[in-house]
Design a protein. Structure first.
Length: 195
């Protein structure tokens, strides 16, 4: 980035004035927040831009992923203004895409378990969780599997387990989840995007 003499003098004066004012006890937090936002915009400008497609539905909106060249981490995701379908706009799921990356500090990274009737969450391993989930599903299927309906017709379905899908999985994952549910004999299958 090239800076002019006038820009250098303006920046020097602003920094000097900020230092002088901060010693007088003025709150410069809003100024710092604005500067951090400018820093992010400058980082996005020099980041590696990758064009991709949103996977959440069949519309296929265009996305621009900005990746920091030094760390290789995604620092921004926004709509692609040059894409003929969305022209830069995104729905709520597409706009929240960035929150699914490792940049989201609130993202769950471990298995949390709360015992029935308990009020505290315990950290567990996947070695604990997967066999427990499989056992609970098997027990529920064994108790609630219906082979014939009231008319005596063969139905082979499980009425004690339901599946509520996530709106944060793509089309292929939705197909896999539905195929798994049908293989288990589930009939109560819903998707969170419709809620």
């Amino acid at each position: 980035m090239k800076i002019t003499r006038r820009g250098f003098l303006t920046l020097s004066g602003a920094v000097g004035g900020g230092i002088a004012l901060s010693s007088l006890g003025l709150n410069l937090n809003p100024t710092r927040a604005y500067a951090d936002e400018l820093d992010k915009m400058n980082r996005v400008k020099i980041a590696k831009q990758t064009i991709t497609t949103c996977c959440y539905c069949s519309v296929g909106c265009g996305l621009v992923c900005s990746t920091d060249k030094a760390t290789g981490k995604i620092i921004n995701i926004e709509g692609d203004a040059d894409h003929p379908i969305n022209e830069g706009s995104l729905c709520a799921k597409g706009a929240g895409f960035f929150d699914l990356t490792e940049a989201n500090k609130h993202r769950l990274t471990k298995v949390l378990y709360r015992a029935p009737g308990g009020d505290k969450w315990e950290e567990k391993s996947w070695d604990f969780a997967i066999p427990r989930i499989a056992r609970l599903i098997k027990d529920a299927r064994d108790k609630g599997f219906v082979k014939t309906n009231a008319k005596g017709e063969l139905v082979n379905r499980c009425e004690t387990v339901a599946h509520l899908g996530s709106s944060n999985i793509d089309n292929e994952e939705c197909w896999l989840a539905t195929a798994k549910c049908r293989a288990l004999g589930l009939v109560y299958i819903d998707h969170q995007a419709r809620v």
